[in-house]
Design a protein around this ligand. Sequence first.
Ligand SMILES: Cc1ncc(COP(=O)(O)O)c(C=O)c1O
Length: 380
Amino acid sequence: MYHQSKLSNVGNSIFSVMSTLANTHNAMNLAQGFPDFKSDQKLIDAVSNAMNSGYNQYAPMQGHLGLRHAISKKYELLYNSSYNPENEITVTAGATQAIFTIISAFIRPNDEVIIFKPAYDCYQPAIELNGGKSIAIQLKAPNYTIDWNTVAQSINSNTKMIIVNTPHNPSGTVLSKADMLKLQKLTNETDIVVLSDEVYEHIIFDGEQHQSVCRFKNLKERSFITASFGKTFHNTGWKIGYCCAPKTLMDVFRNVHQFNVFSVHHPSQKGLSDYMEEPNHYLNLPEFYQEKRNLFLELIKDSRFKFTPSKGTYFQVLDYSDITLEHDVDFAKRLTIEHGIASIPLSVFNDNNLDEHVLRFCFAKTNDTLKKAAELLNSI
Ligand SMILES: Cc1ncc(COP(=O)(O)O)c(C=O)c1O
């Protein structure tokens, strides 16, 4: 019997491909976005304590109440914005599940969803599995700025959702206040839902302010924020995240969420809730990652790669067009096999796999790893 996948046009993700290649050739893996250092022992102890204290049965469907309170406090503190822990915050199995569930809850066949390319790879499959159509707007290297006139022209009566992501994976750019005001203006008095993927909100550099949708009153009314503790607390393997939205939107989300995962790993939620009592655990993050970005860029400044410093996320894109004009997937593979360093070619995130000769490197690595990586890049 032959069964065709509903996602038959999608092969193995580039992350698996590059990580497998890195393992096979014993190469440094700066491809997949995960830290190669441990998360804080205090957080690990907090989760162990939660297990030892009996937080081992189902958590409430909405998430551990203490954690929802801690999240709510964070929005008050950082953005002066309030989300009610009872009915406007839900804990999820990573941001990926939040994104999938938001899309499943709102997108019906033939609904259109505007996404900006290069885009994180889970948006489009979720839209298509639900019968929706993704309308891709391609942003161009090196600035990846959004032309809001193009967005205005792409909106029609079928447009149900717009997905934005700031700080942006893979480009390391951020949306400005002016961008958010344009988005707010364009969506005013429409039924469009905005999904704002803010998983890197705490990884933003050079004194920039994160422009969360919740800072903009009318935008907040129509928006979901998705967030990830994996990115914030260096434990991507725990797959815990959350989403926030006004109650009317969150009711629709929970309707689906209750049948999707129902609830998320309880002891981790209790541990995260205790750990978040100290705001410095996330407030110190920009400085921590900015030092890593600066170190990495200082070390490769004389290499043949060209770059604009990343403004946020733990990714740096490098333009290799002074070295070769070969296709970015081929070059990324060759770098892994011949030079021992794995990255992600940007074309895989682009519309029609547009190749601009750009690779993405993850700098969430120990300083030793970054030094070794820089040596390899300098030798190319
Ligand atoms: C932009 C973006 N959104 C969502 C996610 C998924 O986050 P999580 O690991 O919490 O599911 C990632 C992870 O790489 C990401 O880069």
